[in-house]
Design a binder for this molecule. Structure first.
Ligand code: GLN
Length: 281
């Protein structure tokens, strides 16, 4: 029978091909998940402790799926975002660290102000929940066309005890007449022929959350155009976009009458978020 330690060494060697770059970390993360132990306990396990054959089989199966390119977050069923532990499934995009830039800039400067936020295309609810966590006095609503995604978002809100409303909506269509101070969105923005869509990771994620039409800008266009009638005077719209879409997003905002347009760069040095302000509403 194999010991847990032997199993980990062997698994780490066989996972060395992972393009994620953290094979050891991923083997340990899956081990914690399968054995139901926190990392500290697993690290401190007795070198002679044998692994239960059922756990060994499950761990081996999950690593094989990971090696095929399935995102670690789907295998674990959870992902970390803005220090929140979120439930994720293949019905939602895995929250990315660069999306935290959107949250950071959407928080505004006055924490006590009870702002009204809408997160368009909320997916797992990551952005909406992070905003509510930081701004408990705010009114936050998350919109998504996918009922399956909304179920994940609702479960996350409940598990985290955060009062965020989630509504089925094609962009902003279901909230006709409602006005917000800040609208945020991480819409699908990859163009439909981009080869990255068939790469590991992305090919397991919902295309509804990734593909933004022929030029990748369909989602950004829709949110920009529809936000015009949903923002209060002086309201802001903040959008995540692809690293080459900053100028196009800024141009779309300008065309729709937005001013004070700014683009922010993520930690990898890519243009990632653009915002604009709308006056005279
Ligand atoms: N950031 C994602 C990626 O390029 C895309 C997410 C999106 O289309 N909104 O992997």
């Amino acid at each position: 029978m194999t010991t847990i330690h032997d199993f980990i060494s062997r698994a780490t060697r066989s996972c060395a091909a992972l393009d994620a770059g953290h094979p050891a970390q991923e083997v340990w993360a899956l081990g914690c998940h399968v054995l139901g132990r926190p990392l500290t306990k697993l690290l401190a396990s007795d070198p002679k402790e044998r692994i239960d054959p059922q756990d060994e089989a499950r761990w081996t199966e999950l690593m094989a799926r990971r090696l095929q390119g399935e995102p670690l977050a789907y295998l674990l069923g959870t992902a970390e975002f803005w220090s929140l532990s979120l439930r994720v499934s293949p019905d939602v995009l895995v929250p990315r660290p660069e999306t935290e830039l959107l949250v950071e800039h959407a928080l505004g400067t006055s924490p006590s102000q009870a702002l009204r936020y809408a997160d368009v295309g909320t997916g797992s609810g990551a952005i909406a929940l992070a905003l509510k966590k930081e701004r408990p006095a705010a009114f936050v609503v998350g919109l998504d066309k996918s009922h399956k995604a909304l179920r994940v978002a609702q479960a996350n809100a409940q598990a985290l005890g955060l009062d965020v409303g989630f509504i089925a909506s094609d962009w902003l269509a279901a909230v006709e007449g409602a006005r917000f101070d800040i609208i945020v969105s991480n819409p699908p923005y990859i163009h439909c022929a981009d080869p990255c869509l068939t790469a590991d990771g992305l090919r397991y994620e919902p295309s509804l959350a990734l593909v933004g039409g022929e030029d990748g800008l369909d989602g950004l266009r829709a949110v920009i155009v529809q936000s015009g009638s949903h923002l209060n005077d002086g309201g802001r719209l903040l959008l995540e976009h692809g690293s080459c879409q900053g100028p196009a997003t800024a141009a779309l905002l300008r065309q729709a009458g937005f001013t004070a347009i700014r683009t922010y760069t993520d930690l990898a040095g890519h243009e990632r978020v653009t915002e604009g302000t709308l006056h005279g509403r």
